[in-house]
Ligand binder design. Structure first.
Ligand code: ATP
Length: 446
């Protein structure tokens, strides 16, 4: 049985502590669009930074890119999105609800939630019809068909149309990759599950260009690397698995596709796809643009269209995944302790500084330490309330270390460091705190 109460608790914590808010909430909200609050924006940035580090900075065979969201409309004809980026839509004539025909098993009849759509006697479903998921708008002041333009439904196409620019501007040779993080938009029929499926989201995509014939080997290599990245993010390996796309599931461009799935409270769901896109996209752009996009291999004196191995993850989905994975409740002396056990590298706040009392000069010492820490890491200062309650507040947002300044600090120049996960406490020298924290973070980063 799915633990939906966990999602309810998470959504409520996310709002209360400033991770995620509903978009335009004062107007009643906008369906399945969410805003990231002060802690959420840090968390998501940390996820993206870690991806960027692993994919771009730590490798010499991948370059970064930031392509525009708006692209020439022909891009989407070439990519197949205008004709084929559709989901089958089913309406219920009785209750007017809309469902994805291929996801009916996951949906509930709004009139009788114990049954699926079509199973209740009053249900009257239409035949499925295809619905294009791209958001359309107009470029310029005239709203005519010639001015139609789309919000990109994936970031990958920005990479394909820039592949030769990047090649010419760098010293890369095949095999090499281009990575980018950016917004994508899909007019999903049934969005939901908080930030899992939204209409506006961010993707972290990398396209790796290889010599045809080496694609299967690279595909396997990228599968291993991407699963390793999720493990290194601290996700529970038992809640991660592979799902191979069968014949009927494969996208029009793919020769092989595997999803990395995570076990959410609402079931196993995709968080990242690894696809062998062959030379489909470059071939289509070559055809539609009339420009040669072949690669000249100097050593072998041959020309060819590279094959592409794609890794495509959702930044919002991975952020949700780390939140779900991190959330735990513990019984501590008869009280519930809520902990977000984030990996220190992605924790929004790395350290909190807490003076034991608001007098005797303790706040002055604590504030100095807090300002020292803030020079290099996000830190938080809290002098309000009982110390136990202050620890709990930090546990709930996943702060790995709290430093408490007490009366002993004034004489022996040491502070208590309290560890989030074990709640263990130890004394360390006040003038070592900044270095100590940096060392912990380096060690945790691996
Ligand atoms: P799904 O089957 O869940 O609709 P998909 O197979 O269409 O996903 P891809 O096109 O492979 O997804 O997109 C790559 C990644 O982008 C997904 O693994 C997911 O993390 C993210 N993603 C796709 N659609 C959404 C969305 N509507 N909201 C949030 N993230 C998304």
């Amino acid at each position: 049985m799915a633990d939906t109460s966990l999602m309810d608790k998470l959504v409520s914590l996310a709002k209360r502590r400033g991770f995620v808010f509903q978009s335009s909430e004062v107007y009643g909200g906008l369906g399945s669009v969410w805003d990231y609050g002060p802690l959420g924006v840090e968390l998501k940035r940390n996820v993206k930074d870690r991806w960027w580090r692993a994919m771009v900075h730590a490798r010499d065979d991948i370059e970064g890119l930031d392509a525009a969201i708006l692209m020439h409309p022909k891009v989407w004809e070439a990519s197949g999105h205008v004709s084929g980026f559709t989901d089958p839509l089913v309406d219920c004539r009785t209750c007017k609800a809309r469902f994805r025909a291929d996801k009916l098993d996951d949906a509930r009849c709004p009139q009788k939630p114990s049954k699926g759509p079509g199973e209740h006697t009053a249900c009257d479903l239409t035949e499925p019809r295809n619905f294009n998921l791209m958001f359309k708008t107009f470029m310029g002041p005239v709203e005519e068909s010639a001015a139609v333009i789309y919000l990109r439904p994936e970031t990958a196409q920005g990479i394909y149309v820039n592949y030769q620019n990047v090649l010419n501007a760098t010293r890369q040779k095949i095999p090499f990759g281009i990575a980018q993080i950016g917004k994508a938009f899909r007019n999903e029929i049934t969005p939901g599950n908080f930030i899992f499926r939204t209409r506006e989201f961010e993707q972290m995509e990398m396209q790796f260009f290889v010599t045809p014939g080496t694609d299967e080997e690279w595909f396997e290599r990228w599968r291993g690397l991407r699963m390793g990245w999720h493990h290194a993010l601290g996700l529970d390996p038992a809640r991660l698995r592979w799902h191979e796309h069968g014949e009927g599931e494969l996208a029009h461009y793919a020769k092989a596709a595997y999803d990395i799935e995570y076990e959410f409270p609402f079931g196993w769901q995709e968080i990242e796809g690894v696809h062998n896109r062959t030379d489909f996209d470059l071939g289509r752009h070559q055809e539609f643009s009339g420009k040669k996009l072949e690669y000249f291999d100097q050593a072998a004196n041959t020309r060819y269209l590279p094959y592409v191995v794609e890794t495509s993850a959702g930044a919002d989905r991975v952020t949700l995944t780390v939140m779900v994975d991190a959330y735990r409740e513990e019984d501590v002396e008869g009280e519930v302790r809520v902990v977000m056990g984030f990996h220190p590298a992605i924790a929004p706040i790395k350290a909190a500084v807490l003076p034991l009392t608001k007098k005797d000069g303790l706040p002055e010492v604590a504030l100095e330490l807090y300002h020292d820490l803030r020079r290099t890491i996000p830190a938080f200062y809290d002098d309000g309330g009982a110390i136990g309650r202050r620890y709990r507040r930090q546990d709930e947002v996943g702060t790995p270390w709290c430093f408490t300044v007490d009366h002993d600090t004034l004489t022996d120049r040491t502070v208590t460091v309290r560890h989030r996960d074990s709640m263990a406490q130890e004394r360390i020298a006040l003038d070592q705190v900044v270095q100590w924290t940096a060392a912990q973070l380096t060690q945790a980063a691996g």
